[in-house]
Ligand binder design. Structure first.
Ligand code: PMP
Length: 350
């Protein structure tokens, strides 16, 4: 019998990251553009001296630090190799072959990919015409076979966010057999006081898991660390399906140092939120449609003009994330990088 790889993988789209062109302004992956602070770099250098040894298998020190940082018991935490890994582990922990995972579309590109890899079936529910989650339609998509629902808040790539009241009403209506994964990758950039804190919501809901990352606000995208907070049962299952030693020794040390430096790192987010308002206001003044955003990026629903917009920006060495035929997602970075983008946006003929 011939060797065969899974035939279904042929149709699985690749995860396509933003291009990293040397010397360009990179606004394509929602990273912070400032390097890690000295205390984090020192922790990385220190951990690097012992890379001949495996890391702690159960992330013991990082678990303890995360627990103290969040005020959540360790039994309710799972650490992963980026929050994308935790999204996949959550599906693996909840779904058997063919069971369903509901998510909005467009939302984070990896949801359909990790769903498929885990052997589950993705169910896409279109966003509303104003680029928000259609919570009623998502509820209507649930059936006895549904096991997981992803809700990114704020949503990637639109930046739109659900308010506490609407999200709470939704969570109350979700049947008990469905785990809602509230993906708060961009929570630290939120300034609207009416937006929920997922950790508060998880405290008394067994069918809610929150996923967060050290990649964005904490500036460790290159090291791959995220965490999930869920019921002890769900968190335990997520840990169980994780690949052994997937969070490196260096990543664990850097994550602890980043939590120690949280005040400094979160102050950077406040600055980005101020820039976000400026960038959006300037784009609106130029006549672009820009939905309200609570994340560190803006969404330009340019439809058929997206590819031309992308080419125009690339010509000026500015890299954004283009979803051809739909829109462009542009990271809000430091003022001079934002200025370069705004200058290019101003000269684009729509
Ligand atoms: N969730 C959302 C909504 C995201 O936008 C991203 C990154 N683009 C992630 C999760 C994954 O982040 P990471 O794996 O770096 O933690």
């Amino acid at each position: 019998m011939a060797l065969t790889v899974r035939a279904d993988l042929a149709n699985l789209p690749d995860y396509v990251p933003g291009r990293k062109i040397p010397g360009a302004v990179i606004l394509s992956s929602n990273e912070v553009s400032t390097p890690a602070p000295p205390s984090v770099l020192a922790a990385i250098a220190d951990a690097a001296t012992e890379v001949n040894r495996y890391p702690q298998m159960a992330n013991d020190d990082l678990m303890a630090r995360t627990s103290a940082y969040l005020g959540v018991p360790e039994e309710r935490i799972a650490i992963g190799c980026g929050s994308v890994s935790l999204c996949q582990q959550l599906i693996q922990a909840m779904c058997t072959e063919g069971q369903e995972v509901v998510f909005a579309w467009r939302s984070f590109e990896a949801y359909p990919i990790v769903t498929h890899i885990a052997g589950a079936r993705g169910v896409r529910v279109p966003l509303t015409s104003d680029y928000r989650h259609d919570l009623d339609a998502m509820l209507a998509a649930v059936n006895d076979n549904t096991r997981v629902m992803f809700v990114a808040n704020p949503n990637n790539p639109t930046g739109s966010a659900l308010h506490t009241e609407e999200l709470t009403r939704f969570l109350d209506a979700v049947p008990d057999h469905v785990l809602v994964v509230l993906d708060e990758a961009y929570r630290e950039f939120v300034t609207d006081p009416d937006l929920p804190d997922g950790l508060t919501l998880t405290a008394n809901r067994d069918n809610l898991a929150v996923v967060r990352t050290l990649s964005k606000a904490y500036g460790l995208a290159g090291l791959r660390v995220g965490y999930a907070v869920a019921s002890p049962e769900v968190a335990g299952a997520v840990r169980k399906v994780g690949i052994p030693f997937s969070v490196s020794r260096v990543a664990q040390a850097a994550a602890i140092a980043a939590m120690d430096a949280a005040d400094e790192l979160l102050a950077r987010c406040e600055l980005i939120a101020v820039e976000r308002q400026r960038v959006r206001a300037e784009l609106l003044a130029m006549g672009y449609e820009v939905p309200e955003t609570q994340a560190n990026f803006v969404w330009l629903p340019l439809g058929e003009r997206t590819a031309a917009f992308n080419e125009h920006l690339l010509g000026q060495k500015i890299v954004v994330r283009a979803f051809v035929g739909e829109g462009a997602r542009v990271t809000v970075a430091q003022p001079e990088e934002n200025d370069a983008f705004l200058a290019a946006a101003r000269t684009f003929e729509r």
